[in-house]
Write a protein that binds this ligand. Structure first.
Ligand code: G1P
Length: 276
């Protein structure tokens, strides 16, 4: 039903310098797979096949990754090494990949608006590849697509975080309509300590309805002088059209060194070793 997924991947990844000086942060490997591939696999698991990327300068290796590598594939054809490329080939064979460039870094809201040309007038998923989500049965985005079927409105993924960490996230408050679902009535982007309406933080998974594009066009720069998706979502929330979902699964903040190392250890123990 929802076919398209948007990946804003234009960011600089400054927290991982010097690794990210000439390599996109989304290509950093968690064990043996780049972060962005985990995201694309999650979208594919959710039934999406049109992968749309909002890229920036110096991000060519992402489009190369989602394309055939003739020389390499010819070299390893008929050897046991072919299995290493099985998963990525499956994605390449079953998905389309489109790209547009965000010329200036003006915030996540601006990145999503830049993706309008690839998405058009239909509901779509958004994955921030920095947030790596692992769930054995049904990816987080798949769980959210199921909720979309029920509510037909914007869905954001949320997680409880310690109160002293709310300044890193968009934070919601609303009416609890099931033990894992809230109808959102308030959203604040990165509230200062003591000003958060709850400890329910938005993490990098969204299902957005396409009216978000017109709202974003009219949204002025907010926190940090950037166009914030959270501010645009607040207009939808005022009409009762945003649900927040406490997903099943584990999420790692791979935008931070600590989270990245935790994700690596977890994936090595729970995914890589069991497939060897
Ligand atoms: C963005 C959003 C924020 C959200 C977060 C999830 O922030 O602006 O609302 O909680 O992603 O990862 P960023 O981490 O890009 O600063």
């Amino acid at each position: 039903m929802i076919k398209k997924c948007l990946f804003p991947v234009a960011g600089y990844g400054t927290r991982f310098l010097p690794a990210t000086k000439s390599m996109p942060k989304e290509m950093m490997p968690v064990v043996n797979k780049p972060l962005v591939q985990y995201g694309v696999e999650e979208a594919f698991d959710a039934g999406m096949t049109d992968m749309a990327f909002v890229t920036g300068r110096g991000k060519y290796s992402i489009s190369d990754h989602f394309d055939i590598s003739y020389e390499l594939e010819a070299e390893i054809a008929g050897t046991g090494k072919e299995t290493y490329l099985q998963d990525i080939r499956h994605l390449i064979d079953n998905c389309t990949f489109t790209y547009t460039r965000q010329k200036q870094m003006r915030g996540l809201g601006h990145a999503i608006l830049t993706g309008e040309t690839l998405i058009g007038d239909q509901p779509f998923g958004v994955i921030l590849a920095d947030d790596l989500c692992i769930n054995g049965e049904g990816s987080v985005l798949k769980q959210m697509v199921e909720l979309y079927r029920q509510f037909r409105c914007t869905i954001v993924a949320i997680e409880e975080v310690p109160m002293e960490e709310t300044h890193k996230y968009g934070v919601i408050a609303g009416e609890e309509i099931r033990d894992d679902i809230f109808r959102v009535d308030t959203m604040v982007e990165k509230p200062a300590a003591g000003e958060a309406p709850s400890n329910l933080a938005i993490i990098g998974r969204y299902i957005l309805t396409p009216d978000i594009f017109d709202i974003l066009r009219a949204t002025p720069a907010g926190r940090s002088g950037e166009v914030q998706i959270t501010d645009a979502l607040m207009s939808q929330a005022q009409k009762g059209c945003v649900m927040a979902y406490k997903f099943k699964g584990r999420r790692f903040d791979c935008g931070s060194v600590d989270g990245f190392v935790q994700a690596t250890n977890y994936c090595y123990e729970n995914i890589y070793k069991s497939r060897k």
